[in-house]
Design a protein around this ligand. Structure first.
Ligand code: GA4
Length: 334
């Protein structure tokens, strides 16, 4: 039922912001990766928002455009063809249903293995009839560049925090066993949006949630929809920017920094006239990895805020949760 997709009326902007501009939204931090003095701003953004925008990111526009055009072609194919690439268990095409516990959204998507050598002969890749190998190749190119950027960011963070090894975080993504995922979301335009907006409701494309992994790197076309939640509960719309990337802290990075960095709650609201296409790389650790605050980060008598768990345990628990659950709360020490 369509009603399931609607949120409560969204909160108004507050004057509780960081640019002394009453009644406007705070500005989302912009990090220029080509500047070495961005490290300080990066750490600040991870602490305050768990979210930032990245410019001068080094990902070739050609690689982005190739993926965008392949994905657009796929999502505009007949439903019967797309369904051959589904259901997403764990990888493949999905439509409306999110996860396995009854969450719905106004969205279609492809969930893919971010492991570069993985097979292109079985679904969802095999459904790209013209040349499944080509699509895998385009995904591989894109994931390779985005993963490199994610690792650079994680190394700048470790550096700025004075951690013993600058690769403490990035080595988890670089590990051959890294459990990383790649996702392409397609949000079709929805004519009913306007009617509901007049009632103060928003049609939800992808419901509010935090990402369980370490770091997520998102790129979208020029259609807005993404919103992040501030700690006071205000929803802040993120203006789209197709030439930049948006990065968010995942639950695992929040734990590894013992709560210094915040995994940000976010959602996507539907658009009445334009389709939104986003592609997200979720950098995760190997399944056997213990997720715990880094020793070198703990000061004095500081105690871990979290119980011990492996990524396998956390992932399993996260995938058994509902989108809007506070999935980390099960692992917090009381
Ligand atoms: C959110 C981040 C990634 O997209 C994802 C999502 C996963 C899914 O779509 O199957 C989850 C969601 C995400 C968190 C809670 C569970 C699992 C849907 C859901 C209801 C692939 C992931 O790793 O966690």
């Amino acid at each position: 039922p369509i009603e399931l997709f609607f949120s409560k009326p969204s909160s108004k902007p507050t004057n509780n912001n960081n640019n002394n501009n009453p009644l406007s939204f705070p500005t989302i931090p912009i990090i220029d990766l080509s500047k070495s003095d961005s490290k300080h701003l990066l750490v600040k953004a991870c602490q305050e928002f768990g979210f930032f925008k990245v410019i001068n990111h080094g990902v070739p526009m050609q690689s982005i455009k190739k993926l965008e055009s392949q994905a657009t072609k796929f999502f505009s194919s007949p439903l019967s063809l797309k369904q051959k690439a589904g259901p997403p268990n764990p990888f493949g095409y999905g439509n409306r249903r999110l996860g396995s516990n009854g969450d719905f959204g106004w969205v279609e998507y492809l969930l893919l293995n971010a492991k570069l050598e993985s097979d292109h002969k079985s679904p969802p890749f095999s459904v790209f009839e013209e040349n499944p190998e080509d699509f895998r190749g385009v995904v591989n190119d894109y994931v390779t560049s985005v993963k490199k950027m994610a690792c650079e960011i994680l190394e700048m963070l470790a550096d700025e925090m004075g951690l013993e090894a600058r690769n403490v975080f990035s080595k988890l993504l670089m590990d051959e066993e890294s459990d990383s995922v790649f996702r392409v979301n397609y949000y079709p335009p929805c004519p009913e949006v306007q009617e509901h907006e007049s009632k103060g409701k928003k049609l939800i494309g992808f419901g509010e949630h935090t990402d369980p992994q370490i770091i997520s790197v998102l790129r979208s076309n020029n259609t807005s929809g993404l919103e992040i939640s501030l700690r006071d509960g205000t929803w802040v719309p993120v203006p789209s920017d197709s030439s930049s990337f948006f990065v968010n802290v995942g639950d695992s990075l929040q734990v590894m920094t013992n709560g210094r960095f915040k995994s940000v709650k976010h959602r996507v609201v539907a658009n009445s006239s334009k389709s939104r296409l986003s592609m997200i790389y979720f950098g995760g650790p190997p399944l056997s990895e213990k997720i715990a605050p880094l020793d070198s980060l703990m000061v004095g008598e500081e105690a871990s805020l979290y119980k011990e768990f492996t990524w396998f345990e956390y992932r399993k628990s996260a995938f058994n949760s509902r989108l809007s659950d506070n999935r980390l709360s099960l692992f917090e020490k009381i």
